[in-house]
Ligand binder design. Sequence first.
Ligand SMILES: *[C@@H]1O[C@H](CO)[C@@H](O)[C@H](O)[C@H]1NC(C)=O
Ligand SMILES: *[C@@H]1O[C@H](CO)[C@@H](O)[C@H](O)[C@H]1NC(C)=O
Ligand SMILES: *[C@@H]1O[C@H](CO)[C@@H](O)[C@H](O)[C@H]1NC(C)=O
Ligand SMILES: *[C@@H]1O[C@H](CO)[C@@H](O)[C@H](O)[C@H]1NC(C)=O
Length: 143
Amino acid sequence: MVEFGALPLFLCVMGLFSESLCFVTLEVEVGDNVTIWCRHELIVSGYIHWFKHTCGSAPLIIGCKQFFGSVPSQNCFFFNESERMVVSVQGENTSLTITAVNVSDTGLYYCSSTDLMRITFHETNYLRVKGSESRRQSESAGF
Ligand SMILES: *[C@@H]1O[C@H](CO)[C@@H](O)[C@H](O)[C@H]1NC(C)=O
Ligand SMILES: *[C@@H]1O[C@H](CO)[C@@H](O)[C@H](O)[C@H]1NC(C)=O
Ligand SMILES: *[C@@H]1O[C@H](CO)[C@@H](O)[C@H](O)[C@H]1NC(C)=O
Ligand SMILES: *[C@@H]1O[C@H](CO)[C@@H](O)[C@H](O)[C@H]1NC(C)=O
């Protein structure tokens, strides 16, 4: 019984980067802009981080905001945001907007919230960037 119960978890781990087994998968084309949402669940104050996780490497911090409850969030003094990856915070939600995605942006994205008590990780989204130029051409032909 124990072995049987453990099977779905095992499949889930095996499928970590096999695109859609466990995660919401967003498929975009090279050059698209994409916004990924996450619910941070901070109430008072703390830090919101965004991570990118790719096969075989540790999670990479790609965004950070300091959260102050009802006062607008601020950039984290210890982290310089990239121009292509912009974090915004709206109430209990946070978004990551990546402009002009590249194939190398493919990976798992998620946010975390940190307050005085703990660090909590939230929703994961698998972003898959397809390297095709065909849609671009058909878009310019169609519009
Ligand atoms: C992506 O966003 C940038 C900056 O906001 C804008 O200039 C560009 O046209 C957008 N590209 C697409 C494909 O929507
Ligand atoms: C952020 O950028 C500023 C100005 O370019 C630089 O002085 C500072 O060291 C950078 N901070 C980090 C944490 O990379
Ligand atoms: C947060 O996101 C949820 C689901 O996407 C949405 O229903 C809710 O209105 C959002 N809240 C705020 C404050 O933006
Ligand atoms: C796009 O991704 C490819 C493959 O990872 C990389 O070689 C290239 O430098 C990237 N281009 C840009 C503009 O980042």
